[in-house]
Design a protein. Structure first.
Length: 363
């Protein structure tokens, strides 16, 4: 089978990049396309040798520091990629790749992490993050996002088949594009974790430190609780966290997989407040036998078994998280139950389900 895999931007080793790794394991002959690619960020990773064909965005000076601000150009960029010679096109999309141009002869399958969240349900976060909420440019920025939504809805018609990474995402696909989708949970390397026999007395948060993740709210909560919290991740909010964190909180910044694995194996519980489309970090924590305390909406409700492998709280507020942590402190959850729960998200299961669907589509 002649196959192209189209990725958004290859910038860091995150959730969508791990999906790409699994797909290249299934289809090593596939050619990879991406809007942009920063190879220096993948040295020592399974994607080190991948050399994707990129869009014109790659040629923009200083694009490594600008690409997230180039959202208005991304529809044009994705349409500029030529995948016409392939029998099958698999796009991995959380922004625009589902809009890659295909023809009637081709099968186009799009694995959706989320419809373009910044154009739909996180507009205010996007405007704030890129300082586009100032009076002089606010109206123009909102008009741009409106045009992006129009393009996004139209571009979705280019996809023959949608796969959603969760039932939550499937509902957004239905709401945004009026399309149905098959749910295949993303791959989690559950075998890399070996839970400690005795969990240690610290809570853990692993996340990109960007506004919609609400990490400052979690840090403020643990300031009040005076319980030990370790924060792993990098992003625009890291300096805020460093300023507000008290002595019971460690802000470690970015850490390699082996460090994250060790922390998850030992942590008392993993805490999370964002509404995630899936939330691989939560599934990884479960694989490490680590209970998860998370906001109940989004992927958390599909990952965590409330009262068995963790606790789900009802409001994205400090008070709600405090109540959940205090309740958790009085409970003793079984690490084995969390570990067994995570088996539902294994890499092997993902590969079996994905390859079976591709075979069905290509009949």
């Amino acid at each position: 089978m002649n196959i192209a895999i189209v990725h958004e931007w290859l910038s860091t080793l995150g959730g969508s990049e791990r999906i790409l790794i699994e797909l290249l394991g299934l289809y090593p002959q596939a050619d990879v396309f991406a809007l942009t690619h920063f190879p220096e960020n993948f040295i020592g990773t399974p994607l080190e040798r991948v050399k994707p064909q990129t869009s014109f965005l790659q040629k923009i000076p200083n694009v490594k520091n600008l690409y997230r601000k180039l959202l208005p150009l991304m529809p044009l960029a994705i349409e500029s990629l030529d995948v016409s010679k392939y029998d099958a096109v698999v796009s991995l999309s959380h922004a625009v790749t589902h809009g890659v141009k295909t023809n009637k002869r081709q099968k186009h399958i799009s694995y959706i992490s989320t419809p373009m969240r910044y154009a739909w349900h996180l507009q205010d976060d996007y405007l704030k993050l890129h300082k586009l909420n100032k009076p002089a440019i606010h109206s123009a920025a909102r008009l741009t996002l409106s045009l992006l939504r129009r393009w996004d809805r139209w571009a979705s018609s280019r996809t023959g088949f949608f796969i959603a990474n969760s039932h939550w995402t499937a509902s957004h696909i239905r709401e945004s594009w009026g399309r149905e989708s098959l749910v295949i949970y993303p791959p989690v390397n559950v075998k890399r974790f070996k839970p400690a026999k005795e969990r240690e007395n610290f809570y853990l948060l692993v996340s990109r430190l960007v506004p919609y993740k609400l990490t400052p709210e979690i840090v403020k909560t643990f300031n009040e609780l005076r319980l030990p919290l370790v924060v792993v991740g990098d992003g625009t909010d890291i300096e805020i966290l460093k300023k507000i964190a008290k002595e019971n909180i460690q802000i470690l910044g970015y850490q390699p997989d082996e460090v994250v694995t060790d922390l998850m194996n030992r942590a008392k519980a993993f805490v999370y407040m964002a509404t995630e489309d899936f939330g691989i970090a939560m599934a990884e924590a479960q694989a490490a036998g680590c209970p998860v305390i998370a906001y109940f909406k989004g992927g958390a409700s599909e990952i965590v078994k409330d009262g068995e492998t963790g606790l789900l709280f009802k409001e994205q507020t400090s008070d709600s998280l405090i109540e959940a942590v205090n309740r958790f402190e009085k409970m003793k959850l079984n690490s084995k139950a969390a570990q067994e729960n995570a088996a539902r998200f294994s890499s092997e299961r993902f590969k079996d389900e994905f390859s079976s669907f591709i075979k069905y589509v290509m009949k």
